[in-house]
Design a protein around this ligand. Structure first.
Ligand code: HPA
Ligand code: ZN
Length: 347
């Protein structure tokens, strides 16, 4: 589809639902610089463009690991609890400005605590406080997913799951496993995700991205994943595709991120349309918009431009993402009619 200003405006106005977005990957060079100035954090440069080139990917990187290396300086954005709250607020506010009405935002307490003396509980409180402030000011609902980095090992995964479990019903809706999939396959983390399920946490796992498609089956069968981050390598295995379709397990797709990490050789070969046409549930997402230099609206427009998704299909994807969301059922019951009405209003 050829895009024009009218469709660009409609997509911006559209009420949106995003399920796979890392808070750390939403920290722009501007925000990082502001925090560094306000809290005396030492960065390698105080030049905005130089800083941007350190944290943002232009074109592609060689691997998922090189992509993950881009997060190094972003870790400096959390020097105090006030800064953590501010980051959380700014990220949710920026989503609301892109008309995201329902957001699942993930963050790693381990990563966040690297540069602060604060404990995870305090950090979590600050994150929730920032989001609640944004929810009070803007039309957005946020659920948090506690992210667990594969490279932090099983012991910290257990600790993260236990903290997340104590915030079920208080803003945390699930847990996620992310990071270097090739080096740390999902089966290493089975004990932690068994505990997560027992605590009523919803599980989503990055799988079939930096590692093989069999990780997707393990994530579902052994770790209890109810959604899969990326998962696009299942395109190599039709039996697995049928199995995932029949189980109704959704894939959280992020087009630009998948190109940048070389999970696909180029955008045109991304399997999003084939997966969708096969009947697999999907959502569209940004993953790490500040690092990938994208926005949610841009990702939806890419899907329309390159894969011919129509406006009606995009609206359908918003409702489907809403239904896939881990938000508490009572909140979903309240929010769905309004979302339906607002979607119908964009013609
Ligand atoms: N994959 C693995 N780890 C990540 C990602 C991702 O897409 N984004 C942030 N950490
Ligand atoms: Zn991700």
């Amino acid at each position: 589809m050829v895009l024009n200003q009218e469709i660009i405006d409609k997509i911006h106005r559209l009420p949106k639902v995003e399920l796979h977005r890392h808070m750390e990957g939403c920290i722009s060079a501007e925000l990082l610089l502001e925090i560094a100035r306000d809290y005396n954090v030492k960065l390698p440069t105080d030049n905005l463009e130089e800083l941007r080139s350190l944290i943002q990917i232009k074109g592609r990187v060689g691997s998922l690991q090189e992509f993950l290396d881009k997060f190094y300086w972003v870790g400096m954005a959390f020097p105090t609890l006030e800064a953590v709250e501010r980051v959380s607020y700014c990220v949710c506010r920026d989503c609301a400005r892109d008309n995201i009405r329902v957001l699942e935002l993930r963050f790693s307490p381990v990563f966040m605590s690297l540069e602060t003396p604060h404990g995870w509980e305090e950090l979590l409180h600050a994150v929730l406080k920032g989001a609640r402030r944004a929810e009070n000011e803007f039309d957005i609902n946020v659920g948090f997913i506690v992210g667990i980095s594969r490279s932090n090992g099983l012991k910290l995964a257990m600790k993260a799951v236990n903290i997340a479990g104590s915030y079920v019903g208080l803003g945390v809706v699930g847990v996620d496993l992310f990071g270097d999939e090739a080096a740390f396959p999902p089966e290493l983390f089975i004990p932690a995700f068994k505990v997560a399920q027992a605590q009523g946490l919803n599980v989503t796992i990055h799988a079939g991205e930096g590692g093989g498609e069999t990780n997707v089956r393990t994530a579902i069968e052994e770790l209890g994943a109810r959604r899969i981050g990326h998962g696009i390598r299942i395109i190599n295995d039709e039996k697995l595709m049928a199995w995932i379709r029949d189980r109704g397990i959704p894939l959280e797709i992020a087009l630009t991120s998948n190109v940048q990490t070389q999970t696909v050789p180029d955008l045109a070969s991304h399997p999003v349309r084939r997966l969708y046409d096969y009947g697999i549930k999907i959502s569209l997402n940004t993953d790490d918009p500040a690092i990938c230099d994208t926005t949610f609206s841009k990702e939806l427009l890419l899907a329309m431009e390159v894969f011919d998704f129509t406006l009606d299909e995009i609206k359908g994807l918003m409702l489907s993402a809403f239904d896939q969301s881990f938000l508490e059922e009572y909140r979903k019951k309240m929010l769905r009619p309004k979302l339906e009405m607002e979607l119908a209003g964009v013609k």
